[in-house]
Design a protein around this ligand. Structure first.
Ligand SMILES: C[S@@+](CC[C@H](N)C(=O)[O-])C[C@H]1O[C@@H](n2cnc3c(N)ncnc32)[C@H](O)[C@@H]1O
Length: 298
């Protein structure tokens, strides 16, 4: 797999890409090896932060990412296609899913969606750091990362690629876990340790919110919101699914709760690509209204 992924990166610059390719190959192998385990526990929606009825969470995603009829959507890190199929069962959308794992793409293509699709889905095996090459520029109305973004070991690069494939006025939506801040050095050390264990067990690079926001702002993304997912306590699954997974398969199992500090925050980030070319029109400011695409504010 590594050779194949390194080949995919041929046209990119040499230095940063090798570490990205190496990491992506590792993640691909992780999912080739563990996808059946994930399916056993999570079904076809491989997300830790969810509602008791996981489809309620996907409805929430539709609402907050503003997925709408007629859109072309990229589900970057699509798993075995559960979310993409759900979106296409609710809306007349055209969803492209990309996953680094060959096994997942086979499963996504073989799966029979439980609901009739109104829209379309299409799944590709590939690296989401290369989506500009896979799909071309300014193709998507939405790029969504649903607990997939944190696998990247070069998030500024990944955000740059999302910018390229989004249409002007298109929206990037990230739902993921971010390392918690801490009030003192002692808690900080414990959080660092637990996060390092999560990273190792899940091939993850739990994101730093500041780094991600800085990368978005550097590229002139318009930050629409950063928030904790807004779901009712009674509907929240309380992360029991990831505890079950960890217990069952001995992956990142928590041995003792004594010194445990909850190490991450779950956030949704929604950011819009500027509706006009900011590098050409640096004197302009923008509003977060898609309708100004044709008439930027002077
Ligand atoms: C936790 S799963 C989430 C899957 C899916 N979003 C869902 O909600 O069911 C993480 C996903 O990110 C994908 N992924 C991680 N790194 C990737 C990369 N470099 N390129 C493409 N997909 C990647 C994995 O293959 C996996 O499908």
């Amino acid at each position: 797999m590594l050779k194949k992924i390194l080949n995919l990166f041929k046209s990119q610059g040499p230095s940063q890409t090798k570490t990205v390719a190496l990491n992506s190959a590792k993640v691909g192998e992780f999912y080739n090896k563990n996808t059946d385990k994930f399916i056993e526990v999570y079904g076809d929606i491989i997300q830790a932060f969810r509602t008791n009825n996981v489809y309620d969470y996907l409805d929430y995603t539709i609402q907050n990412a503003e997925l709408k009829d007629g859109q072309k959507i990229l589900d970057a890190g699509c798993g075995i296609g559960g979310p993409a199929s759900y979106f296409a069962s609710k809306l007349n959308v055209d969803v492209e899913g990309v996953t680094i794992s060959e096994l997942q793409v086979q499963k996504a293509n073989a799966a029979k969606p439980s609901q009739t699709l109104i829209g379309k889905t299409h799944f590709t095996q590939g690296d989401y750091h290369l989506i500009d090459e896979l799909y071309g520029p300014e193709v998507f109305d939405r790029v969504v990362f649903l607990e997939s973004f944190g696998h990247s070991n070069n998030k500024p690069l990944l955000i740059e690629k999302a910018l390229k494939v989004l249409k002007p006025g298109g929206v990037l939506y990230i739902k993921d876990l971010f390392k918690r801040e801490h009030p003192n050095a002692e808690d900080g050390k414990r959080i660092d340790k637990i996060v390092a264990e999560i990273d190792k067990a899940y091939c993850y690079h739990v994101a730093d919110l500041h780094e991600v926001l800085a990368a978005l702002r550097r590229l002139n993304f318009i930050i629409l919101f950063v928030k904790t997912p807004d779901i009712k306590v009674g509907e929240f699954e309380h992360l029991t699914i990831s505890n079950n997974f960890q217990e069952l398969f001995d992956i990142a199992k928590i041995i003792s709760w004594e010194d445990y500090i909850f190490p991450v925050d779950f956030y949704e980030i929604k950011a819009m690509k500027p509706p006009f070319d900011i590098s050409q029109q640096k004197h302009l400011y923008f509003l977060n209204r898609p309708e100004i695409i044709d008439s930027p504010v002077k």
